[in-house]
Design a binder for this molecule. Structure first.
Ligand SMILES: Nc1ncnc2c1ncn2[C@@H]1O[C@H](COP(=O)(O)OP(=O)(O)OP(=O)(O)O)[C@@H](O)[C@H]1O
Ligand SMILES: [Mg+2]
Length: 274
């Protein structure tokens, strides 16, 4: 494996970890992460860290384990690990309410946006705050404070003027911006974006990745984004984690990604926009 940078030390207190209590340090620490589906080994001893304010790109061929890795960070997929810590929580020991709280702390952004198409952009954003507001919110509708917060977030992603428009009539890039605003409404301590630009043209892809990187810095949270295009990782990510068949084969700064490391990740350097 190529490790170009020194992984950051886990800043999470061991005592707090053992209680599953979040500390104030929003890091992701992964050591010896393994996931198997029956006889398929999807992740085979993955190690990496992500610091607050840092955007890390996950690169790897189809089936290399990128989505599995993201799902295992919130226990959507069962995993084993020596350490699996997200926002100060020991993920592997969480159940019930603490597990739901962890999931509510993680903002997801997907390739196909996962918005409710016949609801307005603003209402889609507001749904991101439902867990935080509690069940009473469902009965009473959204408060003026929540609506104002949702509008501020739409403004942040450049879409205040589209607040009342159904998301079905927004462009792909606009829909992804609404999805990012919805994730921000959760006040996330981590953003996981699984191929967020795979359905967008290159210009829109650049604007969405710029937005995600700005959010990482502004909110001081880690952002993990899986990508299929090496050039996008080089241009927009701080660091890259490269997976090949479930193993980490590269960890380092995005600008340290050489054609030989791309070959380690993909097994070829000719087809992936190097
Ligand atoms: N629910 C599942 N049941 C069985 N096998 C699975 C399941 N999910 C993923 N896998 C397998 O685990 C491996 C990793 O899959 P994963 O979806 O994480 O890859 P990926 O890197 O996200 O691929 P892609 O780039 O195509 O999205 C693959 O071999 C896949 O077939
Ligand atoms: Mg995937």
């Amino acid at each position: 494996m190529t490790v170009v940078s020194t992984p950051i030390a886990s800043a999470t207190g061991a005592a707090a970890l053992s209680r599953g209590v979040p500390t104030s340090v929003d890091t992701v620490t992964v050591r010896n992460l393994r996931v198997t589906y029956g006889t398929t080994v999807a992740l085979d001893g993955v190690d990496f860290d992500v610091a607050p304010g840092e955007m890390v790109a996950l690169l790897g061929h189809s089936g290399s384990g990128k989505s599995t890795l993201m799902r295992s960070l919130t226990r959507m997929t069962a995993a084993t690990a020596d350490t699996l810590s997200v926002a100060g929580r020991d993920v592997l020991t969480l159940k019930g309410r603490p597990l739901r709280a962890l999931r509510a702390d993680v903002g997801y952004v997907f390739q196909h946006f996962n918005l409710v198409p016949n609801l307005s952009a603003l209402t889609n954003v507001l749904t991101g705050g439902l867990y935080r507001a509690g069940p009473v919110n469902f009965l009473g509708g959204f408060s003026p404070i929540q609506r104002s917060e949702g509008l501020q977030l739409l403004k942040r992603v450049g879409l205040e003027h589209k607040a009342r428009q159904q998301t079905r009539s927004l462009s792909g890039g606009e829909q992804q911006r609404v999805a990012i605003a919805r994730a921000l409404m959760q006040q996330p301590r981590l953003i996981l974006a699984d191929e967020p630009v795979a359905s967008l043209d290159p210009r829109l892809a650049g604007s969405v990745l710029t937005l995600l990187r700005e959010i990482a810095v502004e909110q001081r949270i880690p952002v993990i984004v899986s990508l299929h295009v090496v050039a996008l990782a080089r241009q927009y990510a701080d660091r890259v984690v490269g997976l090949h068949s479930g193993r980490t084969v590269f960890i380092g700064p995005a600008n340290g990604l050489t054609s030989s490391s791309v070959t380690d990740i993909y097994g070829t350097d000719g087809e992936f926009g190097v």
